[in-house]
Design a protein around this ligand. Sequence first.
Ligand SMILES: [Zn+2]
Ligand SMILES: [Zn+2]
Length: 411
Amino acid sequence: MADTELYDLLEVGQNASDADIKKNYHKLARQYHPDKNPGAEDKFKEIQSAYEVLSDPQKRQMYDRFGMAAVRGDAPGGGEGGPFGGIFSQMFGGGGDIFGGMGGRRRVAKAETIGLPLEVSLEEMYNGATKHVEYKRQVVCKTCNGTGGKSGSVTTCKPCRGSGIKVTHRPLGPGMMQQIQSVCTDCGGSGDYIRDKDKCKKCKGKRLVEINHKQEVPVSMGMRHEQKIPFRGMADEMPDGEPGDMIVILQQLDHTDYRRVDCDLFVEKSISLREALCGFTCTLYHLDGRNLRLSTPPGAVLSPGCIHGLEGEGMPVFRRPDVKGNLYVQFTIQFPDSGFLEESQLKELECLLPTRPGPPALDPEAEEVDMIESEGTRGVGGAQGGGAIYDEDEEDDERVGGAQRVGCSQQ
Ligand SMILES: [Zn+2]
Ligand SMILES: [Zn+2]
């Protein structure tokens, strides 16, 4: 079956001229415009998307050649949740479901295009890798050279008169018949007939045999999630036509530590309060196996959630692997648990830390309240600053600080 969905949406034939496509698009866009036709929004969007593809000669050609797969890969804004999500999602069902077509204006028949997902780790996308996909494909039987039987044994299938299609009729109601076309079961749609005893022993007259195929897939540095790698003619073969194309669609696996956004990488580094205040040095393993040494200059203070960038340490750019994005390290700071200091040490620490902001404005009317630790604010960047340390301040002379803080947040 040729993939004609986009043509059908615009109610034109596959050979329609650009002018016809434009004319029908304007007509249908008016008809289904949400202002005029509330509830037809999806249809309107589909029509718009179809026109976006068919009005662009290059996209139209890709669509004719590869069906929806090409459209999804090349049309801008064709991401998840687009009007054609259903078609795209089908192909991840069984690993080999069909999502393409034989091509619209092709004269020679061509087997269907198949899409195969291939899981790739972030390391493999960073460094490049050689991967494999394994799948079953139909290839032309070598024993009979795709004829299905001994030479001269092939004749026309009588039930379908060589067309490969059977037409049956089904009553729908009084005086109404539905015409149903189906593939001829006698010849399997080939239109040929071979006597059983003349059938090829290897393919049993089917002209094709199924083989397990292992395809090497080169993954280049900097390739991305959902990037397509086409393999021309590597899907099923056809006795009287061109073999179908196979397209590998990369699926980037989540990484335990690194997160990728385009060409940039993000990593979280947890350090102690002591390291945040007094400086630290650590090593960070990179996706290419190197270890990077991170350190703060003496006197530098890292605040919770702060992000430091390492230029040129991100993902390589596809086809320009010498160019790399940036690596961003976000620091989370582990505060010590309550009660790690004696009262005397607390005073010492108080002396070392920067002074409290201004003299506390004592309002004799201020209501005294109890602060209860709340689960919801623990362990999150900035909230840590007010957590553990202030919980220690339950001494009488310190309570004012706490009461004031609560008062402020209520204003
Ligand atoms: Zn037949
Ligand atoms: Zn054979």
